[in-house]
Design a binder for this molecule. Structure first.
Ligand code: KIV
Ligand code: NA
Length: 265
């Protein structure tokens, strides 16, 4: 396997090859995602929702992110592993941000970190980059700010927010970030941003004019069935498949069909 690096992602953009990114939060899932040739695995703070059942991404801790990331890193042979800096681990000051990023790199073995925001977190990003840690940006709908937004609807529909987003994307490129996620913004704006910078723009709910796509793996697999945003394409209906399997197992236990003579010692 030829490992994906931050540099190969930038090369992929230059060559017009789209980047496929998915989340994963554990060893077994990451092994399957990596084996399928997904370029980037994001250990997202969406683990707070998907793995822990919280309503938002805010409660997940740095220790918990490192636990998830460690399992993912042990599984991969090719994918680049990017880990979200969780809420509260980088906002108060650049030194804290660097300490958090260093903990992720040392304790999980991941390849890069991602954090939300533009100009507000500029000094933190600079500090992390100066330590040699690759940084992926995240603009648009940044879920750690959900209580500021008050809603999960599409961002940057107004000129002022769109202007700030364009400036933030340029700033992230100029500082040396290797990629940026754009979440839930108009496709026309996302395309404009992707065309205005040389680092890859990875979209989620940001249309087809960007350099790659990311989805939460449980959403793609159809395991979460109460979450139905327009941008989500489901590639399997595992909720039904798993429910059938569990029901069949239950019935086989109750009816004494399982285990059979061949399934015992
Ligand atoms: O945490 C996450 O899953 C993310 C992606 C949706 C980009 O940040
Ligand atoms: Na995230």
């Amino acid at each position: 396997y030829k490992r994906v690096t931050t540099k190969s992602l930038v090369d992929m953009k230059a060559q017009g090859e789209k980047i496929a990114m998915l989340t994963a939060y554990d060893y077994t899932m990451a092994q399957i995602v990596d084996g399928a040739g997904i370029d980037v695995i994001l250990v997202g703070d969406s683990a707070s929702n998907v793995m822990a059942g919280h309503e938002t991404t805010l409660p997940i801790t740095l220790d918990q992110m490192i636990y998830h990331a460690s399992g993912v890193v042990r599984a991969i042979k090719r994918s680049l592993v990017v880990v979200d800096l969780p809420f509260g681990s980088y906002q108060s000051d650049p030194k804290e941000a660097l300490r958090s990023a260093i903990r992720i790199m040392k304790e999980s073995g991941a390849h890069a970190v991602k954090l939300e925001g533009g100009k507000e977190v500029k000094d933190s990003i600079k500090r992390i980059l100066h330590a040699g840690i690759p940084v992926m940006g995240h603009l648009g709908l940044t879920p750690q700010s959900i209580y500021k937004f008050g809603t999960y609807t599409v961002r940057a529909k107004e000129d002022e927010e769109a202007e700030k987003l364009k400036n933030d994307a340029k700033m992230l490129e100029k500082m040396g970030c290797f990629a940026v996620v754009l979440e839930k913004v108009p496709a026309s704006l996302a395309k404009e941003v992707a065309e205005s910078i040389n680092i890859p723009v990875i979209g989620i709910g940001a249309g087809n004019g960007v350099d790659g796509q990311v989805l939460v793996v449980h959403d793609l697999l159809g395991m979460t069935h109460e979450f139905n945003p327009r941008f989500l394409r489901r590639y399997a209906d595992l909720h039904s498949e798993m429910t059938k399997a569990f029901e069949n197992y239950r019935d086989d236990v109750k009816s004494r069909d399982f285990p059979s003579d061949q399934e015992q010692y």
